[in-house]
Ligand binder design. Sequence first.
Ligand SMILES: [Zn+2]
Length: 440
Amino acid sequence: MKLAIRGDLLDFSATPTWGSTALDGVRWRPDHWLLVEQGRIAGALPGEQPPGEDWQREDQSGRLLMPGFIDTHVHCPQIDVIASYGTGLLDWLDTYTFPAERRFADPAVAAAGSALFLDALLAHGSTAAVVFPTVHKVSAQALFEAATQRGMRIVAGKVLMDRHAPDGLRDDVAGAEADCEDLIRQWHGQGRNAYAVTVRFAATSTHEQLAMAGRLLARHPGLFMQTHVAENTDEVKWIASLFPEARSYLDVYHRNGLLGERSVLAHGIWLDTHDRALLRDSGAQIAFCPTSNLFLGSGLFDWQAAIDVGHRVTMASDVGGGTSLSMLRTLAEGYKVQALRGTRLSAWSALHAATRGAAEALGLAGEIGSFDPGSTGDLVAWDWAQGTVAGHRDSVARGAVRDLAEQSLHARVFAWITLGDERNVAATWVAGRPLWRRPA
Ligand SMILES: [Zn+2]
């Protein structure tokens, strides 16, 4: 129950300054022992001062040790359709996503799919996630069971959709409400599971179902809410035609009592200043999904506008619209999206949004996202580089290559983000238990 892991410790003690590569908020402890006792972070010691013989020691020297990443928007059943060709959002749902999701009505498919999905998250260095299963109650059941077996922090809920979806993928208001109540009773606050009222998006729920979702949130303080908002211009026009009474797409959710401090809204590309202020005032967060936004051609999220207004932003893979469960790939694409918008996403702001920043936005700081003492021992050992090019680039950043030496931690970490992916993951622990190791 006493585990000490040696490596280069990197996490955040505070929010880094936007647009700065300075080390404010960055906690960098090269060559340290990270101490995990009874599944929780107990502290750290310099490499030359190992803990006593009663500690089990694991040497990951030369590797980066970070808190596990938090993926704030991802679809469990969509591993089946990741990397599918040729569509924008609305066609993509009809052509690829809905047929794949229909299979999750089968409890055996849902169980196998949940296990595959969670093990894949761990292999990619993510230890916590906010997840969409499908409309079927058994899909949420299977996901919570699989997460419980692994001890992972998962936020999820049965997807609500009672219109504009094919047969086999629609619920109804009364049945959905009863299913949600059952799932909340069984899973919310059980172990590390939390329930999220899960509206797929405004188009696939009737006014009555959206009102029911709001009632669930009002009835059960502490629930999360997850949905999509303003991803694609055709979608935004469709929502405007379905909800002529609403000021904006986001306002549809606001009117139904769905925006609060535990609300996670994916994308948020096509918002205006009123919407952003509403996000800020309600405490809701946007999950920025760059690989999905690029792959489906949805648009370029305006992070600078979020900073200017002051609403929360976290990072998400959005697989299967997104093209990788790797948060490194997600952050690297996030940098490129921001570059196209004329701003630069620092390695620190990116990593913070995928660790401590996400934990704070979800109200889970103190449990996940940092190496603060008392936090759960969810962590990942990363190779700084995999392959010849990344290895050489890392040498330059470490100052080992004459005439090119950079010797800047930001340069090194930024190159790691940009060139790295799941091949860099050496091992993943959840609550101090090693749940994934790279095969030898
Ligand atoms: Zn999504």
